[in-house]
Design a protein around this ligand. Structure first.
Ligand SMILES: CC(C)(COP(=O)(O)OP(=O)(O)OC[C@H]1O[C@@H](n2cnc3c(N)ncnc32)[C@H](O)[C@@H]1OP(=O)(O)O)[C@@H](O)C(=O)NCCC(=O)NCCS
Length: 178
């Protein structure tokens, strides 16, 4: 099985959620039972990368997914040199709320592809509604190591998880070819 070319918005009647397993029960539960509800409620968007071959039920298995939503952080959680340039209001950010790859594809580069697609998507959104940074709340030390590899830095502890961030101006360097 290999994956399709493009990420698509999760669609319950097209994408099969039942067989998704990334090894993290919370993320498996999210894609199976919460992602579609959260989209319907208008609080986040989940994009999936389907396999390019359908199952006997005509639905396409999910190879990886990411979920994004607007959020904000306190200015004081940022390093002083960054915080001093910002107003004393909540600072708008995008939260990369979830990102996971099916176990079958771990180590095949799909985590990197999915992260870059998520950053590219948020960069596009940023052109219409700017935000200061992208933040992620890491489920595990291993997730922290993964994001650190791509330049995310520790911001603070949030609900018992390590929150990391990547400033939008760094992302600009990746995608702005002007
Ligand atoms: C973390 C996860 C997304 C990585 O996906 P993956 O497809 O295995 O990663 P890739 O094959 O694209 O690896 C890309 C690079 O990151 C590195 N990497 C992958 N997982 C890593 C980890 N846990 N820690 C440190 N580096 C990691 C790889 O070595 C590779 O480096 P290279 O380009 O120098 O060879 C995947 O393991 C996963 O879904 N885990 C469960 C869910 C999870 O923890 N999600 C994080 C959200 S909190």
């Amino acid at each position: 099985m290999s994956w399709a070319k493009n990420f698509k918005e999760l669609n319950k009647s097209i994408h099969d959620r039942t067989f998704f397993d990334c090894g993290e029960p919370d993320l498996n539960t999210f894609i199976k039972t919460q992602a579609a509800k959260h989209m319907k409620a208008g609080i986040s968007r989940t994009m999936v990368l389907p396999a390019n071959v359908a199952l006997p039920n005509q639905k396409f298995p999910i190879c990886s997914f990411y979920c994004v939503t607007p959020s904000s952080i306190c200015r004081e959680t940022l390093p002083v040199n960054l915080a001093k340039k910002l107003p004393r209001y909540p600072i708008p950010v995008f939260l990369l709320a979830q990102l996971a790859v099916h176990k079958k594809f771990h180590g095949s580069g799909l985590g990197k592809v999915s992260l870059i697609k998520a950053l590219e998507y948020l960069w596009e959104v940023n052109t219409y509604m700017p935000a200061y940074a992208i933040v992620v709340d890491c489920l595990s030390e291993s997730a922290q190591d993964f994001y650190a590899k791509y330049g995310f830095e520790i911001l603070c502890e949030h609900n018992g998880r390590i929150r990391m961030f990547l400033p939008m101006r760094t992302i600009k360097l990746l995608f702005n070819k002007k």
